[in-house]
Design a protein around this ligand. Structure first.
Ligand code: GLP
Length: 259
């Protein structure tokens, strides 16, 4: 696992954008996209590179991690809509090539299975962008999620509904159920890049990167993956016991080492 600690959120966004840019230049054709506030700085930077430097997503397909059950793609807080606003419309990604689970499907259990199959058929994902929840969740895999899980319907914790209340009229308006890629699904991607910022993420980042591999911290599954880049600002890195070592590794990188 490579851990990159940056001074500011904007710097973290640039590093994640570098990872995505390298993947695209290296021929990546399937991207995994996360929503939430964590990747926004990276998406803004990618949009700027598209506008000013000609970075192109032409021919790339993208798959979302998760979706709220009950929200149609037209709902302003559906992840389908959020990713459209935050990235797809700001670059040359073809909206028809951007996929997510249908939160308003009549049979959401079947929809989860369908989405998992679609990912299998299109995959593997070349690069998966990830955020992390305050409780260590990945996608919407809350603590207790099997590390081998596939895409399925999950129930959000009260904590996550509270955390996401800011996007709705209040916690009660946050859907109780979601469809999320499983941890086994997510870790099939060739390269995972997780980004986090702010002190409220410090404990989750430390548990994911340096704690035991456990379903109690779903993001700790990253430790089982051979290619992971964690990009965090100073505040989110403040719980890392090995922070000095990660800085040292970065300062003395040899050509071709790391992301
Ligand atoms: C959300 C998403 C996750 C995201 C996490 C952190 O609810 N389902 O994919 O990584 O929780 O959110 P944020 O980046 O807004 O802090």
């Amino acid at each position: 696992m490579e851990v990159v600690i940056t001074t500011t959120v904007e710097d973290a966004g640039r590093v994640v954008a570098d990872v995505v840019t390298q993947a695209l230049h290296g021929g990546a054709r399937v991207l995994g996209l996360a929503t939430g506030s964590s990747p926004l700085a990276a998406y803004r930077e990618l949009a700027r590179r598209h506008r000013e430097e000609g970075l192109s997503f032409a021919g790339v397909r993208a798959f979302l991690l998760d979706e709220y059950v009950g929200l149609p793609a037209s709902h302003p807080q559906s992840y389908a809509r959020v990713i459209r606003t935050e990235l797809v419309d700001a670059v040359d990604l073809d909206p028809a090539g951007v996929h997510g689970p249908a939160g308003d499907a009549a049979d959401v259990l079947a929809e989860a299975r369908r989405y998992d199959e679609a990912l299998r058929a299109a995959g593997p994902v070349d690069l998966q962008v990830l955020g992390i929840g305050v409780n260590g969740h990945l996608g919407f895999n809350e603590p207790g999620s099997s590390l081998a899980s596939r895409t399925r319907v999950k129930t959000l914790t009260a904590r996550t509904r509270q955390d996401n209340a800011r996007f709705f009229t209040g916690a009660d308006a946050v859907p109780r159920h979601v469809i999320t890629q499983g941890l086994g699904t997510i870790t099939e991607a060739r390269h995972l890049v997780l980004t986090a910022s702010g002190e409220h993420k410090a404990a989750a980042v430390a548990a994911a990167v340096e704690g035991p591999v456990t379903a109690s911290c779903p993001a700790s599954v990253l430790q089982l993956h051979p290619r992971v880049t964690v990009v965090v600002d100073e505040a989110a890195a403040s719980g890392l016991a090995q922070a000095e070592h990660y800085r040292d590794v970065l300062a003395h990188k040899i050509a071709g080492q790391g992301y």
